[in-house]
Structures are given as structure tokens and as C-alpha cells.
Design a protein around this ligand. Sequence first.
Ligand code: SAM
Length: 188
Amino acid sequence: MKQKMLDLMELEKAFLKKHLRVGGTAVDFTMGNGHDTAFLSKEVGAEGRVFAFDIQPRALVSTAQTLEKEGCLDNCTLICDSHSNALSYIKEEICAGVFNLGYLPGGMNKQVTTLRPTTMQAVKAAISLLEPGGGLLIAVYPGHEEGRLEGEMLTEYFATLDRKRICVGCFKIVNSPTSPFFFTVETK
Ligand SMILES: C[S@@+](CC[C@H](N)C(=O)[O-])C[C@H]1O[C@@H](n2cnc3c(N)ncnc32)[C@H](O)[C@@H]1O
């Protein structure tokens, strides 16, 4: 039987697809096992470009395997550095970017998680890179303490942004406060 309840991942992909375009540049700010990197790579196509960041070398290995398995185009640059340094690597406007905050799923070390100071810096960098009509998707995992605090920090920050230039949305399961939720950031 067809699943009728909202699927968070489907919503996330539908949002990103609205902003991704063939030939565009996209960024996976939290590469992990590379599933988002592969998705972005297919959407921007051979003429496009994808930058992907992670601080764990093993994420680059795992992502390279995912890209190969998915038959992804050779349009990805995998960078072993913090997403807070994104501006040192990306010198062009981007049509879309994705953050899946938190720790590597299936990873041994849950201590290696995204952290408020670097997340804040990276989100600001990502916004500054967005082309007009571009979009960022930021998935937050409030089931662990740092994730909950990242969500609070971003909610406060996004509320300060100029509505005439940037529109920020949030999709949350309101009767399940520890479930993952996501922000959407769109430039006019
Ligand atoms: C929830 S996982 C991402 C899942 C990934 N999108 C996928 O498709 O598998 C979060 C990732 O962010 C990485 N990370 C943590 N801090 C980071 C930072 N400062 N810069 C870049 N990546 C970071 C972690 O190592 C982890 O792999």
C-alpha cells in the first residue's frame, strides 16, 4: 500500500530540486556517506559542479564508494576540511546547498558531530554564496543535545535575516519535538 504520511526526505529533495539546475554549482556541507553528494551530482549533471565537505577522512572514502556505486558523474570535488572554511574553496555562486547536521550515521564515533560555532560560520558562508533564487536545506537532529542547541541557535539567527532579501522556512513535526526537522533558506 502507498505510504500516505509525509516523508521528510521526500520533502527535502523536492525543495532542493526546485533550486538545483543543470550546469549549476551545488554544495554538500556535511558529506558523511555521500548520499546527498550523489543526489546533487545527478541533478546538476555533467556541466555542473558539486563541492562536498567533511572533517573525517573516512567520509571521503565512503562517499567516493557511494559515487562510484551510483554511477555518478565526475563532477564532484571532495574536501577534507570543515565546512566553516567553505569560502576558501568556493569562488562561484551556488544554486543549492545541503547540511545534514549531526554525526555520521552508522559511524563509530558519535563525538564527531557538527558544532554550533562552525555550523554558524558555515551557514553564514553558504548564504553569502547563494545565487539569486538559490536555496539551502539544513536538516537538524534535536534528538541529541548539541543538535537541539544547533536548532535553537539557527532559529534565533534566521529570525534576524532581512525578509526582503531572504525567506527562511522550517518544517517540524510539532508533536514529536525530538524528531529531525529542517530549515529552508531561499534568496529572492
Ligand atoms: C549526519 S552526517 C551527514 C550525512 C550525509 N549527508 C550522508 O548522506 O551520508 C554529518 C556529517 O557531518 C560531518 N561534520 C561534522 N563536523 C563537520 C564540519 N565542521 N565540517 C564538515 N563536516 C562536518 C560529520 O563528520 C558527519 O559525517
